[in-house]
Design a binder for this molecule. Structure first.
Ligand SMILES: [Zn+2]
Ligand SMILES: [Zn+2]
Length: 305
């Protein structure tokens, strides 16, 4: 294994491969309609869905993008591998483009603003656009200084394949999913369908909490200079990421649900991990921001035109 450069542009795999992978994954999800299924398979589909959502929300987002808590170098690598295995490319790539999103939020240069780019481009078109497939390591030096993270970022696509093989073996040769001989069902449900749903959960944060007017499902608690809203409807499937107006008001905190009634499952898991000292220094929301949100009108219908 050669040493990879830790500076400059790290090239991704080819654009055609990326496009084919995304489309095939979505089309193959329909395979769940044609394979045998049972309660154990559905249960594991749900469990692995939440593991994958945790990987991108707690790993790629709150840790790698915002450094909102601290951990050991070993658990940092674990989070990077988990994030790559969950099928949303490398964590450094994720963080670089996400930091860009915060800097340019809902401005013309935002890679996935539904206001400037249209709904479908913001939802997942941008992932298949040549401008956004590489990783600019110079823009994320705090992450690129770790050689192992640079390696996981480059070869991220290996990890989902390992999960694929592992899932097939478990389904085919063990009774984890209720019986043996269920390898193909396990692949379609526990691997493909679960990964597709977890990716859609991320995409939906970009398009259901940006550019949507306040309504029964979305509200703006904070006055930010973008179009973000908090979506309670998405808070469980996104494990808290949909408290997105909060997050754009203060992106450095380890929690996106700022108040007790804003369910934030990723934060609860991080709190649990902090009890065992696996993670620590969970960055809190400053008191004055909590106060600001308490006194704000609940449904400011502000949207950038
Ligand atoms: Zn955003
Ligand atoms: Zn963020």
């Amino acid at each position: 294994m050669g040493k990879l450069a830790s500076t400059g542009i790290q090239k991704s795999e080819g654009l055609a491969i990326i496009r084919i992978r995304i489309w095939i994954f979505h089309i193959l999800s329909l395979g769940i309609l044609f394979v045998p299924v049972n309660a154990q398979i559905v249960t594991w589909t749900i469990i692995t869905f939440f593991i994958r959502v945790f990987a991108w929300e707690a790993g790629s987002h709150r840790y790698f993008s915002h450094r909102s808590f601290k951990t050991s170098r070993a658990f940092q690598l674990f989070l990077a591998v988990l994030a790559a295995a969950s099928g949303q490319r490398g964590p450094i790539w994720w963080a670089q483009h996400h930091r860009h999103h915060h800097r340019e939020s809902d401005k013309p240069d935002d890679p996935h603003s539904p206001i400037h780019r249209g709904y479908w481009f913001a939802h997942f078109g941008w992932l298949m656009d040549e401008r956004y497939i590489d990783t600019d390591l110079d823009a994320v030096k705090d992450l690129a200084k770790y050689a192992e993270l640079v390696w996981v970022n480059k070869y991220h696509y290996i990890f989902p394949y390992i999960v694929l093989i592992f899932t097939f073996i478990l389904g085919q040769y063990t009774a984890v999913f209720g019986d043996t001989g269920l390898g193909v069902s396990a692949i379609f449900w526990v691997f493909i369908f679960s990964t597709m749903l977890s990716a859609q959960s991320t995409f939906s944060v970009n398009t259901l909490t940006h550019g949507i007017k306040a309504s029964l499902f979305n509200h703006r608690r904070f006055t930010t200079d973008d179009s973000t809203t908090n979506s309670w409807l998405m808070c469980i499937p996104s494990m808290g990421a949909s408290w997105h107006n909060n997050h754009h008001r203060y992106m450095n905190s380890a929690r996106a649900g700022f108040y007790w009634w804003q369910l934030d499952l990723a934060y609860l898991v991080l709190k649990l991990l902090s009890i065992f000292r696996i993670v620590w220094d969970l960055h809190p929301v400053p008191i004055h921001i909590l106060e600001e949100g308490r006194h704000a009108p609940d449904s400011q219908n502000i949207i950038a035109e």
